[in-house]
Design a protein around this ligand. Structure first.
Ligand SMILES: NC(=O)c1ccc[n+]([C@@H]2O[C@H](COP(=O)([O-])OP(=O)(O)OC[C@H]3O[C@@H](n4cnc5c(N)ncnc54)[C@H](OP(=O)(O)O)[C@@H]3O)[C@@H](O)[C@H]2O)c1
Length: 497
């Protein structure tokens, strides 16, 4: 059953066992175990909580408990480690699941975890199928009367529409959709959820949130880092699959969808799906006008020279994988018809930032001589998702003095300065939601498919295209083609200095 989101301060998990597959991996170490630790520290986990790690790497219960409980006091460790187990075994070995089932039964008996199980797939995608089949083979996909069995799946969810559907077939062969929680950690960020608060907890923004007022919208997810040690993984992904298909389209859906009747999971996700369905795909002929890719080359400064993508570890020296992607999208509905949406993401850009910027139309007539408008830009509302989390409203204001000069000014709301409460880490929020059974911030099967429907034709077109991939120097704002993409209608990217 779904629950509307409540304040995290008021929520805590029911008795349950969290089972992490891929427990020896990077995500478990860097995000999942710290999230469990924080939930425990904040009193969100009951005494009847248990944690089981599963992976091939040999480890004892104590070694896994030590990695999970690093920063805790000895007394706390003693209390908690009674509920921590590790099952070593192959993902396609039925024995692994037999031992897992025995461990879960034992934990139900000694910890009172009530038969509630949350299975978290934190392995590379290639292991999703054997784990799901293994769970089903041991009957762990089915909850006992009054208990739950849920599956959390990491991204990537397929690598195109066809493989996402195949994966859905495997998932739905064992679990019903209401048991499945597809994760996009962006949705766990307070600032992404604040898009919902801004739009739907206020009345003043709704009237201007449409084609009559908005000239265009820009969504940027910019990273300063290159691929680092993830070159091998990135070669099979690229910017479109790694960031646009999930994070960018999720943020876009929240920013543009119609108001849901409530934040209950199905209502909220129905509105996101309707918005995604209304996105018009570029025809074959105009893909090159609607989308741009790029790959970073060596760049930076003499002091900080950065390698080009093709020089990175694990990357093919002739690689054609894009590290930058930009798109112009159109939403064919009453609210947005005719408004262009520009989205872009890239690695090795000059700033790390994620933002949604609504740029409003210019006034129809300015009763001020143009020489008195020093650098007056169009009004804009900027939702900063990271860093410097907050919102800015940009508008024209009179410059103090005897003449009537107008310049751009802004009103700024900053999370840091306004609230004393700390934001929970995205994974902390999402783990708690999954334990509670609140699917509002997880991606439904039809949503994933819609997102692939949008990016697939562009990726296919790029894969067919043999011309040299456009490049951009590391620490620059992407290929010049991207400026042409937005500049075709006299607009330009908001490039932070
Ligand atoms: N790391 C991140 O920041 C991040 C962010 C977003 C999403 N994700 C997603 O989260 C999942 C886990 O990410 P991760 O970075 O933790 O992955 P990882 O470290 O490469 O793998 C996690 C564990 O999975 C097991 N495994 C199973 N099949 C494997 C295979 N074919 N190759 C390598 N390891 C295999 C390994 O454990 P054993 O050998 O002990 O079995 C490994 O320790 C992935 O689906 C990833 O796309 C990760």
């Amino acid at each position: 059953m779904d629950h509307a989101p409540q304040l995290i301060q008021e929520r805590s998990a029911p008795p349950a066992t969290l089972v992490i597959f891929g427990a020896s991996g990077d995500l478990t170490r860097r995000k999942l175990l710290p999230a469990v630790e924080n939930l425990a520290r904040h009193g969100r986990l009951p005494d009847q909580f248990a944690l089981v790690g599963v992976a091939r790497t040999p480890m004892s219960d104590d070694q896994f408990a030590e990695s999970a409980l690093g920063g805790r006091s000895l007394a706390e460790k003693r209390q908690l480690s009674g509920g921590i187990r590790y099952v070593a075994g192959g993902y396609d070995d039925p024995e692994t699941y037999k031992r897992l089932a025995e461990t879960l039964d034992e934990l139900d008996a000694v910890r009172g975890t009530s038969g509630n199980r949350l299975f978290y797939l934190s392995t590379p995608a290639g292991a999703f199928e054997p784990v799901i089949n293994g769970l089903a083979g041991a009957g762990l996909n089915q909850a006992r009367e009054g208990s739950f069995s849920r599956l959390v799946i990491e991204k990537p969810y397929g690598r195109d529409l066809a493989t996402a559907r195949e994966l859905d077939g495997i998932v739905h062969g064992a679990f019903e959709e209401h048991q499945v929680f597809r994760i996009d950690h962006y949705l766990g960020k307070d600032t992404v959820q604040n898009v919902l608060a801004l739009r739907f907890a206020n009345s003043i923004f709704q009237p201007i949130w449409d084609r009559s007022w908005v000239d265009h919208v820009q969504i940027t997810v910019a990273e300063t880092l290159g691929v680092g040690t993830r070159g091998g993984f990135y070669e099979n992904a690229g910017a479109m699959r790694d960031i646009v298909q999930n994070h960018v389209l999720q943020v876009l859906a929240l920013a543009l969808m119609e108001p849901p009747a409530s934040f209950e999971a199905e209502g909220l996700r129905n509105e996101k799906v309707k918005l995604l369905q209304a996105i018009r795909l570029p025809t074959d002929r105009d893909v090159s006008e609607a989308a741009v890719r790029g790959q970073y080359t060596r760049g930076g400064t003499r002091e900080e020279l950065m390698a080009g993508y093709r020089e990175e570890v694990g990357v093919d020296p002739l690689s054609r994988t894009e590290t930058y992607a930009a798109m112009r999208l159109n939403v064919d509905n009453w609210r947005w018809a005719g408004v262009p949406f520009y989205v872009r993401t890239g690695k090795r850009l000059p700033a790390r930032l994620t933002e949604v910027a609504l740029q409003f139309q210019r006034p129809p007539h300015l009763p001020i001589p143009t020489d008195q408008l020093t650098g007056l830009e169009a009004d804009a509302l900027i939702l900063r998702i990271q860093p410097n989390e907050g919102i800015s409203l940009r508008f024209g204001a009179k410059v103090p003095g005897h003449s009537f000069r107008v310049r751009t000014a802004s009103m700024d709301f900053s999370y840091d300065q306004t609230f004393v409460e700390e934001s929970p880490e995205a994974y902390e929020r999402l783990l708690l939601d999954a334990l509670i059974g609140d699917a509002s911030l997880f991606i439904r099967s039809d949503e994933v498919q819609q997102c692939w429907r949008i990016v697939d034709p562009i990726i296919e077109n790029w894969e067919k295209d043999n011309s040299p991939i456009p490049t951009y120097e590391a620490a620059s704002w992407g290929p010049t083609d991207a400026d042409r993409l937005i500049g075709r209608n006299g607009r330009k990217w908001r490039n932070a200095s």
